[in-house]
Design a binder for this molecule. Structure first.
Ligand code: SF4
Length: 590
């Protein structure tokens, strides 16, 4: 059986994503070869960022402007005055951009990546180029890492409209032009489509629709964390099964292996763990959900990925030490759902994998995607990395744990850790307890200070608007960042405030009243909603929180170097490593 695994747009263009390399490595280890794995996100972007693509859209823009000059329809929306103005503006920008787009792409892949002004300029040029291309599909807007449609991605009815909308969905044209010809020449029997971010929902399901339309016999399965959060919704959502044969939720390795076995054998899909499928018009969820034994999993397999096409001068590979979160209690966090329980690989095995991947793909740069590394295995990991003298550079997420000692941080730095991502969420002591963060101000202060002194860059996630939070409490968190010059002026520091979202499956949902929530609402049309609207008994209302969030965001942006550090952890890793190597090369003043 010919198997194809596909990763659709939109995602960060600097590095591959981990999902399908894990699946393909597992299948290969089980004796099943994957015919092709393709990162369509970077493949399509690479084609779009070319002069040839520009020449093609130029004629279409000229035709569009002529047509809209004849007649416009209303103030806004497709064919409107606003659309006309956007198309005219795109044509104006076109002559400059078409000469700049390929050099911009080349700069990001070369040494100029490290020239911060040029780096920013290139990302700006690419964004403008995508804006020009998007004007053909107004009001849809493609950006480097995302896309915005006028359709809601939380409504199956609107998703279906979006994937059929030739005037607003650019991915229909992009797939037809750059994907379907090669796919049709070498059609697989089975296609797995990985949808792990909301930005992939419409592009990913558009891909499924086209594959089914042109090759109805191909079995299409959608996997990824988005639909893992929508298990109950999928039970009632017959519509989406027009686009895909089934969904694999939670972890996909064993499920995919069994799916292939069944497709080649008795086709008894009740045997495929974690599968949501249809039989005689009825939607069936195969339970209990299966949790993988990580100790048996091989290193991810990036063979076939166009590693030279990513918009960075070096390959940064995502890797995984553990799945799930060993802590799990943070009241707002639905991340722990994806991997159910916490499991980790043996640190020695992880170092073996890093060594193999580094040699095979010729890179020292790694990105641990774990929710948070546990401390004692990290200690062993670092000890072994140092013992082998591997000189790898990496970044990972950890918690502000009391036991994250200066000694361990120093060992991490020696083992190549360049940056640690922390979920701070709040600096207010009451909220730390109320959110069940399990951290203290004292430990946050001490760990941030140790990181800066040891030379490990810090990222802090911040949440504004947790139920009962007051404006003063939100500003206390903001001031922790803004007034902490030692922290925010340290090289590579980044901080992303985000507005609180009441997410399905987060612990807070098991006792909303206890968290000060008095009413929970979901818009009736949004049958795929990942969160809820709510009202609170005390603290900021969601509307007030949004205003305070804007203020916090602006103030924090003033002290943070957004590009590259907030924009991309992978790009940031390359910058920080370069900076640290330069510091190390300087003669010491002693
Ligand atoms: S926020 Fe981080 S530490 Fe807290 S439960 Fe989620 S993954 Fe675990």
């Amino acid at each position: 059986m010919k198997i194809s695994l596909l990763f659709p747009p939109s995602w960060h263009p600097s590095q591959p994503y981990l999902s399908i390399p894990c699946l393909s490595a597992f299948l290969e280890k089980s004796g099943i070869s994957v015919h092709q794995q393709r990162d369509l996100n970077i493949e399509l972007l690479d084609k779009v960022l070319t002069k040839n693509f520009g020449l093609d859209i130029h004629q279409r823009l000229v035709d569009l402007v002529k047509r809209l000059e004849q007649s416009v329809n209303g103030e806004t929306g497709p064919g409107s005055k606003e659309h006309y103005a956007r198309a005219v503006e795109s044509l104006d920008r076109f002559p400059y951009l078409i000469d700049e787009i390929e050099p911009a792409k080349a700069s990001l892949r070369g040494e100029e990546f490290f020239n911060l002004d040029r780096y920013r300029e290139c990302l700006f040029l690419i964004d403008r180029w995508l804006e020009v291309a998007s004007s053909l599909y107004f009001p849809t807007r493609m950006t480097v890492v995302d896309n915005q449609f006028s359709y809601s991605i939380y409504s199956s009815r609107e998703i279906l409209q979006a994937i059929h909308d030739e005037t607003q969905n650019p991915y229909l044209d992009l797939y037809r032009q750059f994907f379907l010809p090669s796919f049709s020449q070498d059609t697989p029997d089975f296609v797995g489509v990985s949808i792990t971010a909301t930005s992939q929902i419409i592009p990913g399901l558009t891909l499924c629709k086209l594959i089914k339309e042109f090759h109805p016999d191909v079995h299409v399965t959608v996997g990824g964390s988005i639909f893992t959060r929508l298990v109950d919704n999928l039970r009632r959502c017959d519509r989406l099964f027009q686009l895909t044969d089934d969904f694999i939720v939670f972890e996909g390795e064993t499920a995919l292996l069994e799916m292939i076995n069944q497709l080649e054998g008795k086709k008894d899909f009740s045997k495929v763990p974690n599968l949501i499928w249809r039989q005689d018009g009825k939607i069936i969820v195969n339970q209990p959900f299966y949790s993988e034994n990580l100790t048996e999993h091989p290193a991810p397999n990036y063979d076939g990925f166009p590693l030279g096409q990513y918009l960075a001068p070096h390959t940064v590979l995502p890797v995984q030490f553990s799945r799930g979160c060993y802590y799990k209690d943070c009241a707002f966090c639905a991340l722990t759902l994806d991997h159910q329980n916490f499991r980790q690989k043996d640190p020695m095995k992880v170092v073996d994998e890093l060594e193999t991947l580094s040699r095979k793909y010729d890179t020292p740069y790694f990105f641990f995607t774990d929710e948070c590394l546990a401390l004692s295995p990290t200690k062993r990991l670092c000890k072994e990395l140092i013992r082998r003298g591997l000189d790898l550079q990496w970044t990972a997420e950890l918690r502000f744990e009391k036991n994250l000692s200066r000694e361990l941080l120093a060992s991490m730095r020696e083992a190549g850790c360049q940056k640690i991502v922390f979920g701070l969420e709040t600096y207010n002591a009451r909220l730390m307890d109320f959110m069940v963060k399990g951290i203290t101000q004292e430990n946050v202060d001490r760990i941030c200070s140790d990181c800066v002194e040891i030379g490990i860059a810090v990222h802090c996630y911040v949440i504004v608007g947790f139920p009962t939070e007051t404006e003063e409490e939100a500003l206390e968190t903001m001031n922790f960042i803004v007034k902490n010059t030692k922290l925010h002026s340290s090289y590579g520091f980044s901080c992303q405030p985000c507005l609180f979202d009441l997410e399905k499956e987060a612990p807070i949902m098991s006792d909303p009243g206890g968290y000060g929530i008095q009413r929970i609402m979901r818009p009736a049309s949004e049958d795929l909603s990942l969160g809820f609207f709510y009202e609170v008994k005390s603290g900021m209302t969601p509307e007030q929180a949004e205003k305070v969030y804007q203020h916090v965001y602006e103030k924090i942006s003033e002290v943070v170097c957004e590009l590259p550090f907030n924009y991309s952890m992978a790009d940031g890793l390359l910058y920080i490593t370069r900076h640290n190597k330069q510091l190390e090369a300087q003669p010491s003043s002693a």
